[in-house]
Design a protein. Structure first.
Length: 275
């Protein structure tokens, strides 16, 4: 009987040692994963590298004659860098190369007013949404009365201007297939094609359309009460760095709870759909 108790006690002790070793190993693995994450690298580097396009008012743009980026997403990037305790460096990118820039490690995060899509989710990490956007058509104000519904846009007699690599290009191809499409490369934009009279309309977001109306008297959004394709707005990160993505997600949650994004939206006149 004593032998059996002694054997059981030894077995329990061996089990505890094994369990402790497992915990130690797990903690060590967690530390290694954190060390390999951009979260650690950014803090050691002292710089948060942010990819942005500079062509999406009021999200990310440059004032005429100036090189500095300004806008809603630029302010958010500066706020994130401040909370990380680092400086911010903006890296110019284009919509069509934004994801490859993330994959190639040219920047740590893309912040340019990017919407979520399943095609993007296959190749890049996407944060939880900081807001919900939607699509509306934009036309010359003098031509606005030519359109009574979205169906009027889906005609072979109409030309839609669009920037290559955007979700608007995907939307027009899928939902307005009968219209001709005039594709332009960044820094060209769909709305510039409308303004120049080379396209009848473009489809853009409530965010951009509301800003464009303020900047250009000739432009008007139509059917704002019938916005299509509710789009969660997100930041892009590397697909294989869950630790960095977790930090970004938590940052968004806490900032939303604190009212930061409400204040930021008001500052830049950003119109969003309600969650």
């Amino acid at each position: 009987m004593k032998h059996n108790r002694r054997t059981a006690l030894i077995g329990a002790m061996v089990g505890l040692v094994g369990f402790a070793a497992t915990l130690t190993g797990t903690a060590s693995q967690a530390q290694d994963a954190t060390a390999d994450s951009l979260l650690n690298e950014i803090q050691q580097r002292g710089v948060l590298r942010v990819g942005t396009t500079g062509d999406y008012f009021p999200m990310s743009f440059r004032e005429v004659g100036k090189d500095e980026f300004v806008g809603h997403q630029i302010d958010a990037a500066r706020e994130m860098a401040k909370d990380l305790g680092v400086e911010v460096e903006f890296v110019t990118t284009e919509w069509k190369t934004m994801i490859t820039g993330i994959q190639a490690g040219r920047y740590d995060i893309a912040m340019s007013g990017t919407s979520m899509s399943l095609s993007r989710a296959k190749v890049v990490g996407m944060s939880t949404p900081w807001g919900i956007n939607g699509f509306v058509p934009v036309v010359l104000k003098q031509n606005a009365d030519q359109y009574s519904s979205w169906d009027d846009l889906n005609s072979p007699d109409r030309t839609a201007g669009v920037t290559l690599g955007t979700t608007m290009e995907d939307y027009i191809r899928a939902e307005l297939p009968n219209a001709k499409m005039r594709r332009v490369e960044s820094p060209g934009t769909g709305w510039q094609e409308v303004l120049a009279g080379r396209s009848d309309y473009t489809v853009t977001t409530l965010i951009e359309a509301s800003g464009l109306q303020k900047r250009y008297d000739q432009i008007q959004m139509i059917f704002p009460e019938q916005s299509r394709a509710a789009l969660p707005m997100a930041f892009l990160t590397p697909i294989d760095d869950q630790i960095w993505l977790n930090y970004v997600n938590n940052w968004i949650l806490l900032k939303k709870q604190a009212g930061y994004f409400d204040t930021l939206n008001e500052k830049w006149g950003v119109v969003l759909l309600k969650d």
